[in-house]
Design a protein around this ligand. Structure first.
Ligand SMILES: [Zn+2]
Length: 85
């Protein structure tokens, strides 16, 4: 009888190790695939908020690309720049 219990115990430990092993292997793989573009954050120069590059409002100003959290920030930023000269 004790052999059966040992076998079950062994099976559970094996299962536990294997499931941990596979989740550890699969996680970084997924990150690598979708990787840089999803998690890349850019700073809104107007309100200083960090937003994901993909959902940012892009605008090329004075030769450099700027990213805003929404259209309002872009408009306000342009207005402020005009006032300052
Ligand atoms: Zn903003």
């Amino acid at each position: 009888m004790s052999r059966v219990i040992l076998f079950i115990l062994f099976f559970f430990i094996l299962y536990y190790i294997l499931s941990n092993f596979f989740t550890n292997i699969l996680r970084p793989g997924k990150r690598m695939n979708q990787g840089s573009e999803v998690e890349e954050l850019v700073q809104d120069p107007y309100c200083q908020t960090y937003i994901p590059k993909r959902s940012a409002v892009k605008k090329k100003i004075a030769g450099s690309m700027l990213y805003f959290c929404n259209q309002k920030c872009l408009t306000n930023y342009l207005k402020r720049n005009k006032k300052e000269g």
